[in-house]
Design a protein around this ligand. Structure first.
Ligand code: ZN
Length: 480
């Protein structure tokens, strides 16, 4: 029941706890945790998990217990001069480092992976910081050093300017979350998210795919908030206060007593430790690129923002222009023109088929007159200089209609695309218990070095030795 309140209706977990407690109820928390863990696994099923860095984390976590907490200054700045507090090579504490390893500083502007936001990358002196993760309160810079760095040495840290795009995407994620709840309902709850500089990905609970109208509405709501240029306010407050004030606590996150509350106007209030734009207008533009299902009841939206979104629209526009030129359509009429062309193509196709079968059709009467009688059945065995199976099969039907009762054997001719002769055998329904098209076909095809199969009423195959066509035709009556 408790889990259902949360999972289906998106009712805040902690508010439920507080209310239940006040009303004198207790809540089965262990069962809730188990259910939540199960759903988390489903939602994260396809997510990128461990890599080389993760393998070292446990070792380092143990060794960093004696190091004081890293001071994170990355909300305010992307650059800092600081001091090396610890160095690790292959998970082992070292006094100097070159090449790949983990570097810890007294303070850092590098955001460590968490709350869906990827870890920062950038530079340390002239070398690369590849990724940033956290072990407790310690920030771990995964570095590849071109020059040796020693313990206690001063260093310059510089976060990649790409972080600004990550911030746009993170703030856009909060707006998206709020917009989804407005458009779809408050049962929408975050089931996972990934925020990086290139794009954002947001998983949420919802029972069915979004309609194009719903996607359009969500996009429009987010873009309206961007246009409204709302300040992004950050407040630190007591966890309970924040939840009662309506802040959305996120799935799978652990919060301390004091929480960071991120507010964008009246539109979105969430607990979040991530980095954000200072005004919604910095996001510039928001565009959903896909909406898919992750598992039963969990949907996934991928989206982009900022210059990436502008570039996408620009390139789509260029492509459309090219299409308009290519099909010589007027501006804005490309779709209409394309549908017309499609219809025209279909018309030509059926006209072409009629044209091809017409000359053969004239001969049908003649053929029927020449039918031989074998074991009481009218049999027509004929060579037609065509390769198209659709054409041959429609001719076979025409002959069968004229015959009313009988067996039709057609051996076609090879073409440049298809070097084998097609073979078709049809038996009218009334005779299908007495004669088997499949068996007749196999014997004929064998003479020409080919094979095929089918059922009692219709069978087809192909054979490579077209020079044996006359022999196969002559012998075909023997196989009836
Ligand atoms: Zn966030």
């Amino acid at each position: 029941m408790f889990f259902k309140l949360y999972d289906t209706f998106g009712f805040p977990v902690d508010l439920t706890k507080i209310m239940a407690h006040e009303a004198g109820f207790t809540v089965d928390e262990s069962e809730f945790e188990a259910l939540m863990e199960k759903q988390k696994q489903v939602a994260r099923g396809s997510w990128k998990g461990s890599d080389k860095a993760n393998a070292q984390l446990d070792l380092i976590a143990k060794a960093t217990q004696a190091i004081p907490a890293t001071k994170f200054i990355g909300y305010e700045t992307l650059e800092a001069k600081t001091k090396v507090a610890a160095l690790f090579k292959d998970g082992q504490n070292v006094n100097e480092l070159i090449g790949e390893g983990v570097l810890i500083t007294a303070e850092t502007p590098f955001y460590a992976e968490g709350g869906g936001q990827v870890g920062d990358f950038g530079q340390i002196n002239n070398s690369e910081v590849l990724d940033t993760k956290k072990a407790g309160d310690i920030y771990l810079h995964f570095v590849n050093l071109k020059e040796k760095i020693k313990l206690n040495e001063p260093v310059t840290l510089k976060v990649s300017p790409e972080r600004k795009n990550t911030q746009r995407n993170h703030s856009a994620t909060h707006l998206l979350h709020a917009a989804l709840r407005k458009v779809l309902g408050t049962h929408v709850t975050q089931a996972g998210s990934l925020v990086e500089s290139e794009r954002l990905r947001f998983d949420f609970t919802h029972p069915k795919p979004l309609s194009p109208e719903e996607i359009k509405k969500v996009e429009a709501l987010v873009n309206a908030e961007i246009k409204a240029a709302k300040n992004v306010d950050i407040k630190h407050m007591n966890y309970k206060e924040a939840i009662v004030a309506g802040a959305m606590a996120l799935f799978g996150e652990k919060y301390g007593d004091e929480v960071r509350v991120l507010k964008m106007g009246d539109f979105s209030t969430e607990l979040c430790g991530g980095t954000h734009v200072s005004n919604t207008s910095d996001i510039k533009l928001f565009k959903i690129t896909s909406e898919t299902g992750v598992s039963s009841g969990v949907r996934r939206i991928e989206a982009i923002s900022g210059d990436k979104a502008l570039e996408l629209i620009e390139s789509a526009k260029r492509e459309l222009l090219q299409i308009e030129n290519e099909i010589s359509s007027n501006k804005g009429k490309a779709l209409e023109k394309l549908l017309n062309l499609q219809q025209q193509f279909k018309d030509y196709e059926s006209k072409l088929k009629a044209l091809v079968t017409k000359p053969w059709a004239k001969g049908v009467d003649e053929l029927v007159k020449k039918a031989k009688t074998v074991k009481g059945a009218h049999v027509i065995s004929v060579h037609l200089k065509a390769n198209d199976r659709e054409v041959l099969s429609s001719l076979s039907d025409k002959i069968k209609d004229k015959l009313q009762s009988g067996i039709v054997i057609i051996i076609g001719a090879p073409s440049t695309d298809s070097p084998q002769s097609p073979i078709l055998v049809s038996v009218t329904k009334d005779l299908s218990t007495k004669f088997n098209a499949g068996n007749i076909l196999k014997s004929i095809a064998a003479i020409m070095g080919g094979k095929g199969g089918g059922k009692a009423e219709f069978a087809q195959g192909a054979a490579p030795q077209s020079d044996k066509t006359d022999e196969a035709l002559a012998k075909s009556f023997e196989f009836i």
